[in-house]
Design a protein around this ligand. Structure first.
Ligand code: GLU
Length: 375
């Protein structure tokens, strides 16, 4: 059996929290004591210099509780309006719980398009990256009040997996009301066994997932397996564990039952492979010898090192990077479109704002977005 990783071996962790953990549907309110214990676990990880992101469900469930809506299914506009009320309460609860550990929470509400459409994806990614650079904890949810059925994730399991891959996280923790994947539907006398490690999501694993789900959460095991596919193909490990215990992250670290979905790749390598192999280059940047040396020693490409701009690419497109002799050095995602790149080539980063009239990224290709030949 493959060895399970330990929590402390990860550098960037996304923790997804299901509605039923945060909201007590019977008593109609937030489970504050539990949230306090989770916030303490998050603070401990954060204190060990880890980046932590939270994907929190609960807007609709909490809104329903605050408004005192009767049990039963809500119509779409009711669910969206309930989310408007619940999201404020949710954000406040997170800000307070994290604030007690001197952590700043930053609320990020996204729709499907923000993670799928390239420009918006790049934008969302840089905003969240900035929050992490400031050592804040992004608290992310779907923008339920405005998302329409066509542009909706509908479940936070897949949203969390997309966020994890978007931010090149190396671990996604799904805290929910189940403690992992069982080899058959669990229940009294079923003899179902928890699967501790899934090395690869095979059709047999998918068959085990069945189609169950609790009343509050939309994501049953099926969406968790979908999330696992998104995460593990992009180089992010995933673990499903029960949140029905205080200090749920500490519990995982101490060996509580859970299911690990392992990825064969690491996120940076997976991303670079994708840049180098899967994208059609839309142009090229020819760079000088000094820039070639800088890139090979791990630096980003700055406008100053660019000699020539070829092609009609857009911001976010893949481009080929060539040395002064025309030989391909690598490929990367460019941070400016071709017209702007043409204007700032050879110029210092300080000049860029004066030339373009706006502050873009300092790098024309960030090193995380650059795959050098042979990497
Ligand atoms: N975004 C929804 C909410 O906050 C939750 C979706 C889910 O449970 O996965 O209510």
């Amino acid at each position: 059996m493959a060895k399970t990783p330990t929590l402390s071996s990860f550098r960037r962790v996304v923790v997804k929290v299901g509605s039923s953990l945060l909201v007590d549907s019977a008593a109609g309110g937030l489970k504050r004591a539990w949230l306090t214990s989770l916030a303490a676990d998050i603070a401990a990880l954060h204190g060990e210099k880890r980046d932590v992101l939270v994907v929190s469900s609960g807007a609709i469930a909490l809104g329903r509780a605050v408004l005192g809506l009767p049990r039963g299914a809500l119509k779409l506009e009711e669910a969206q309006a309930a989310a408007a009320v619940g999201q404020i309460a949710l954000a406040r609860a997170w800000a307070e719980a994290l604030g007690a550990h001197k952590l700043t929470a930053g609320q990020v509400l996204v729709t499907l398009g923000d993670t799928e459409e390239r420009r918006r994806y790049l934008n969302a990614r840089s905003t969240v990256a900035k929050l992490l650079e400031w050592r804040s904890v992004p608290v992310i949810n779907e923008n339920d009040t405005v998302a329409t059925s066509e542009i909706r994730y509908g479940d936070n399991d897949r949203l969390a997996a997309r966020v994890a891959t978007m931010m090149s996280a190396d671990l996604l923790v799904l805290l929910s009301d189940v403690d992992g994947l069982y080899d058959k539907p669990p229940g009294e006398g079923s003899g179902a066994k928890l699967v501790p490690v899934v090395a690869r999501i095979s059709p047999e694993i998918e068959a085990m997932a069945g189609a169950s789900g609790s009343e509050l959460s939309r994501g049953g095991m099926v969406t968790k397996i979908e999330a696992g596919k998104i995460a593990t193909t992009a180089g992010t490990h995933m673990v499903i564990a029960s949140g029905h215990v205080p200090h749920p992250l500490q519990a995982i670290a101490e060996g509580a039952p859970c299911t690990w979905f392992l990825t064969p790749a690491n996120p940076v390598t997976a991303r670079k492979k994708w840049i180098a192999g899967s994208l059609e280059p839309r142009g090229a940047l020819v760079i000088d010898a000094g820039a070639v040396r800088a890139l090979r020693s791990g630096a980003s490409l700055l406008p100053a090192g660019v000699i020539k701009v070829e092609g009609a690419f857009q911001r976010g497109d893949a481009v080929v990077v060539r040395g002064p002799d025309g030989a391909e050095i690598g490929r990367g995602l460019v941070a400016y479109d071709a017209a702007d790149a043409e204007q700032i080539k050879g110029r210092s980063s300080a000049d860029v704002m004066l030339i373009l009239g706006y502050t873009g990224r300092t790098e024309i290709i960030h090193r995380d977005d650059l795959a050098l030949g042979g990497e």
